[in-house]
Design a protein around this ligand. Structure first.
Ligand code: TYD
Ligand code: MG
Length: 460
């Protein structure tokens, strides 16, 4: 019997170490090294995994001049719908390995099953290590779609999966999830760093050799749980991420890495009783149509990727009942909120130091675009003064440390979207006016340089 070989793996970054240590040398996390059994197989075994042509593997490649490389264009596999192809940068690239991450229960299996069911004339193999065939059937019923070319395989061993792949000859493979799959070549338990990495490597080889795209679902781990898909990110071609608040219906699909397209794009879905529905008019859904304007509410014309998105920001400012005032924020970076409050205090003379401030971005959406700053600040002041902001006003500017109003990217797009949705006034930075032809907009554009100008204009 071969000697059992063990290595220590950092559960956070996946780094290997020969000895246990309290702190991972690679990422600096404490207490993350865990011993895993790795029993390396003999080399020849591995070669028979799925390739029949053994000799080919041993040929080494020679350098080729770039201009001599022929371009064999494999057409992308067209995916019905708009959101997923937008995020992928077109259809699915043959031979690509896509990692699809997200918290448990966010809807990853649902989206992948919908993809499988939508690709009507493509043989899809959906490998599930988490759910039974019955459960998947029930979900398909719930989604209400059928297809004649989707195979479901309940299996967790990669060798068995490849055997079935050889039989079925699928044109697209979905693995749900990589944390439940294991390979017999490694002894450690499914979900451990070494297993996850090895299984992913096997799928990577499979994808590259057969040109069949593989989607792998991966759970993002909470503190203390098993190895996350982070260790796979450098291996795969595309990393898709599904975000959102489980208690809200909206889900955002983003690409955090994409070798075949931009990482700026974003897709929005709505989780309904019958699966995930694409949201094609995101700007409208994130704004509540109120009868009367309410204090603390301000609309920001933000940009997610290349898509303009008008988002409602809500602020609540109240006197702190106890000692230290609270600052709490949902969907917005708390440190940035503190910074903005400090700017208001120091540069604009608003005494917010003794107040509780709560911020909420509607729809459970996380916004990273700095163009939301001005709306937030105005919302905070509106709540502080208890003076509502008229509902036909929106904002698109960043706030700097000196209290100046800074320009944001693609201002034309933001203005056009605001105009399209019927807003009548938009506050932007004066620096954004350069090169902007304000005459052909119906919406009134108010250019400002300082916070004070905004306040006097808004609240008089
Ligand atoms: P699921 O795809 O199983 O999540 P994941 O694979 O990311 O863990 O979806 C889980 C949630 O989605 C579940 O709590 C119920 C909800 N859901 C709906 O609301 N409507 C539906 O049609 C489906 C299939 C799921
Ligand atoms: Mg699932």
């Amino acid at each position: 019997m071969a000697k059992t070989k063990t290595t220590y793996f950092c559960q956070s970054c996946g780094a290997q170490a020969a000895k246990w240590a309290g702190k991972c040398n690679s990422c600096g996390e404490w207490n993350t090294l865990v011993e895993e059994i790795v029993q390396k197989e003999t080399k020849n075994d591995r070669l028979q995994l799925f390739s029949t042509n053994k000799n080919e593997r041993h040929q080494s490649n020679k350098p080729v001049l770039l201009q001599e490389i022929g371009l064999t264009e494999y057409p992308r596999i067209q995916v019905p719908g708009q959101e997923l192809p937008r995020v992928l940068g077109g259809g699915v690239v043959p031979g690509s390995l896509v990692l699809f991450g997200g918290e448990p229960g966010i809807g990853k299996s649902t989206l992948m099953l919908q993809l499988a069911l939508r690709l009507k004339n493509l043989r899809v193999l959906y490998v599930s290590g988490e759910e039974s065939e019955q459960q998947i059937k029930m979900r398909a019923e719930r989604i209400g779609m059928t297809t004649e070319s989707c195979f479901i395989l309940q299996e967790t061993n990669t060798q068995n999966i490849f055997t079935q792949i050889e039989k079925v000859q699928p044109q697209l493979v979905i693995i749900d999830s990589i944390q439940t799959i294991h390979t017999s070549y490694i002894e450690s338990s499914p979900g451990s760093v070494s297993q996850v990495r090895e299984c992913a490597a096997e799928f990577l080889r499979f994808a590259k050799e057969t040109n069949v795209p593989v989607f792998m679902i991966g759970h993002i781990t909470k503190e203390g749980s098993l190895a996350g898909p982070k260790v796979l990110e450098h291996m795969v071609d595309t990393v898709l991420q599904f975000e959102g608040d489980r208690n809200h219906i909206y889900r955002l699909l983003r690409a955090t890495k994409n070798r075949f397209g931009s990482t700026n794009e974003m897709g929005i879905y709505e989780m309904n009783g019958d699966g995930l529905k694409e949201v094609l008019n995101p700007s409208e859904i994130l704004i509540t149509n109120r009868k009367d304007a309410t204090s603390g509410v301000a609309i920001a014309a933000t940009l997610e990727g290349n898509r303009p998105l008008l988002i409602e920001t809500q602020a609540l400012v109240s006197s702190a009942a106890y000692g230290t005032p609270q600052r709490s924020s949902t969907g917005f970076d708390l440190r940035r909120l503190s910074m903005l409050l400090a700017v208001l205090e120091k540069r604009c003379g608003f005494r917010l130091g003794a107040k509780d401030v709560f911020i909420n971005i509607a729809g459970g959406i996380k916004v990273e675009d700095p163009g939301i700053d001005l709306a937030l600040v105005c919302g905070v002041l509106s709540s502080n003064e208890d003076l509502p902001i008229a509902q036909n006003i929106c904002f698109a500017a960043e706030v700097g440390l000196t209290g100046e109003i800074r320009p944001v990217s693609r201002i034309e797009q933001r203005i056009s979207e605001a105009q399209k949705l019927g807003f009548e006034k938009i506050y932007i930075s004066s620096y954004n006016l350069k090169g902007l032809d304000t005459r052909h907009y119906k919406i009134e554009i108010i250019a400002v340089t300082k916070m004070e100008e905004v306040f006097s204009s808004l609240f008089g």
